[in-house]
Design a protein around this ligand. Sequence first.
Ligand code: GLN
Length: 226
Amino acid sequence: MLTIANLVPDLLGTYGDGGNGLVLAQRARGRGEETLLVSMELGDELPDASIYLLGGGEDGPQRLACDVLARTSLASRVADGATVLAVCAGLQILGLTFSVEGDDQYAGLGLCDVTTTRGASRSVGELRVRVGERLLVGFENHGGRTTLGAGVAPLGRVEHGRGNDGTSDGFRTGTLWATYAHGPVLAQNPWFADAILASVLGYELEPMGTVADLLYEERCNSLTRS
Ligand code: GLN
């Protein structure tokens, strides 16, 4: 059984990020995998899952989510091989420290060598990132500027928008995947959902021809034409 868990979606889940869980579950089921999608609400124990999802959030809920998750066994589950997909505020709290408005600095979960400071202005708008042969598209809205430690690879190179710092977006280290893109990012970029699933399931996935896949191809065609 493949279990996918949305973590504190009431705190972290702006711009429909909870949809990432639905996309992963549907695409796993489409490949014949028995899949369970669960949510950890405030006050719940951390569920036992293969994939944990963290969404975006405003500064206050982001700090609260970090405090709540720091008291769970998330770090040891990641050390045991669980996968995490984190978006925006979720990305920031996986790191060592992050800053919110007012410049106060908070300890993150410390799962990777990543730090986020506060930029002079917010980054709001379309985000387009080159990830190998693929494009990743989405919407960003954040005040953070993220710096990756020497051993942490970015998810991709920014072609439009800010991402981490105007040059790179997100990161991929061990079983942690992160991006600044909302959308939900996996609905807009089905290949990204399949890359995460393939890494968890341990085999290459046959392509799917859902409406989301077709829309993704159309979006890429129009971007390369423009
Ligand atoms: N609060 C964070 C910031 O502004 C994250 C925002 C978000 O998740 N959209 O940088």
